[in-house]
Design a protein around this ligand. Structure first.
Ligand SMILES: [Zn+2]
Length: 491
């Protein structure tokens, strides 16, 4: 099986190839049971598409407008050294001799289902028995997910941190169908070269051809294709000759895989403290928004289980500047805003794990409607998000009155925190719902509706707390005092 040629991608129409998706008008839907695998598949397919198409900005605009014929795909594929995409080779480098090989069940490669032995490898979302066997085709997306999305800490001392850092958030453009989604997330080589500022002698061969050997993996030395599939482990998936129904994609297969083996690479990327301190630099991973701080660049991560993506949406699309740090949108968002002449209704996909040290505390997979002209109308997004953040702040101020009652601080703090978390969580759907109208409604109307809906939610949460404590007179009185804040008009 070759990932650039053969049908290994599971869809509701059976398994198809990258060429099938990119060169037909059929509306394929990916079929993977876990949204995390689905997200990894979109990243991996867009990176594979980058390897085959290697488009300039003008090429990609052409493919988006006019499509790509099977003949064009074949001609482009001729120029690619496709042996590196054979199933037994792709993203797999041989174990160093004498290395101690760690192994585990493939269950560990769906990080919402953690079954590690380390004390803090917690975070069970689903039963581990749900993923115990897979087809050989699905080993590639599990391997990719391990390298790009799963936090090394989840594997204790045998875990490694990949090129983007552990547990980072991904942002992708979501098009009207799978083909346009993959094309919209394909990297334009000319724009990447301009933005990434690699050295002239940057290595472009894949790491399973030429593994990195130094202690520090210097970002400017890592070429685009090498970085898109950068490795952190030597890895292997032992194949057994037993038929299976795959727990990842649902297809049946003659052979199956239940375990994987790994040995971590010994060097450090600029995504780690050691790499940062030794000047490795940040490699411009195209799907990763980042925090630029005085002491270096960090992938944006979601760290708190109560975190909801809407609060950060503005910074993922437009960026955000504060005194000490600035959040930059992912390269792929900038590419879309600045270089692609598409005038379609699109969505932004925000996905990833919410990691807390070695455990996974939650998962994010949120889709937002975006203005069709993202560069011109993106202020509409900030209006909606700011309305949400303002209501959250008001709710917080309203609850502050209960700290004056003289009760135990932890007790009243707990009441407040629970209410704020509930608001943040409920606002997620409200914001997504309001943004569905981002193309149809004027900015002032959108803002008005956002304020109304979110203020209603804040009041309703506040009222439910009031009801709960109506027989506790001091607390109830304090809540009545705070209530007016939610009724003050927004300036
Ligand atoms: Zn499968």
């Amino acid at each position: 099986m070759n990932l650039l040629k053969d049908p290994f991608i599971s869809t509701t129409d059976g398994k198809v190839s990258l060429k099938d998706i990119l060169t037909s008008n059929k509306d394929y839907q990916l079929q993977y049971f876990f949204d995390e695998t689905q997200l990894a598949m979109l990243q991996m397919l867009s990176s594979l598409s980058t390897v085959v198409l290697k488009p300039t900005i003008s090429d990609l605009n052409d493919y988006l407008a006019n499509g790509l014929s099977p003949g064009q795909y074949d001609a482009l594929l001729e120029k690619v050294d496709s042996q590196w995409f054979e199933g037994e080779r792709f993203m797999r480098s041989a174990f160093p001799s004498k290395a101690k090989i760690a192994d585990g069940p493939i269950t560990k490669l769906v990080s919402g289902i953690e079954c590690g032995g380390s004390a803090n490898a917690l975070g069970l979302f689903s039963e581990s028995s749900e993923v115990s066997i897979c087809c050989t085709d699905c080993t590639h997306v599990l391997n990719y997910n391990l390298h790009m999305n799963i936090k090394g800490e989840c594997f204790g001392p045998t875990g490694a941190t990949g090129i983007r850092g552990g547990g980072s958030i991904s942002t992708l453009i979501s098009g009207e169908n799978l083909k346009s989604t993959i094309l919209l997330n394909t990297v334009c080589i000319d724009y990447f070269n301009e933005q990434a500022q690699l050295d002239d002698d940057a290595e472009s061969r894949f790491m399973w051809d030429i593994p990195p050997i130094s202690d520090i993996y210097s970002a400017p030395k890592i070429g685009l294709e090498r970085g898109l599939f950068a490795l952190a482990y030597h890895i292997d998936f032992p194949v057994i000759d037993t038929p299976c129904t795959c727990d990842i994609c649902g297809n049946t297969a003659d052979q199956s895989v239940t375990t994987f083996q790994r040995v971590k690479y010994s060097g450090s990327y600029g995504s780690t403290k050691k790499g940062r301190d030794n000047g490795a630099g940040w490699w411009l991973h195209p799907y990763t928004p980042r925090n630029v701080k005085e002491d270096g660049i960090y992938a944006v991560c979601a760290r708190d289980q109560y975190w909801q993506s809407w609060q950060e949406l503005t910074s993922y699309v437009i960026g955000k500047e504060t005194d000490k740090t600035s959040v930059k949108p992912a390269f792929i968002i900038n590419q879309f805003q600045n270089k692609l002449g598409v005038d379609l209704c699109l969505s932004l996909l925000v996905g990833g794990n919410i990691a807390d040290q070695g455990s996974i505390a939650g998962r994010v997979y949120d889709l937002y409607s975006m203005p069709s002209s993202l560069s011109k109308n993106n202020s509409r997004i900030s209006l909606v998000i700011n309305a949400g953040l303002t209501q959250k702040e008001k709710l917080s101020l309203a609850f502050n009155k209960i700290f004056g009652v003289g009760y135990d601080k932890n007790f009243v703090g707990g009441i407040k925190n629970q209410a704020i978390q509930k608001f943040t969580s409920n606002a997620q759907q409200i914001v997504q719902q309001i943004l569905l109208d981002v193309n149809r409604k004027e900015a002032t109307q959108l803002r008005k509706e956002a304020i109304e809906a979110l203020n209603k939610e804040a009041k309703s949460i506040f009222k439910s707390v009031q009801r709960k404590y109506q027989h506790d007179l001091p607390l109830f009185k304090a809540l009545v005092k705070g209530e007016f804040i939610l009724y003050k008009a927004d300036s």
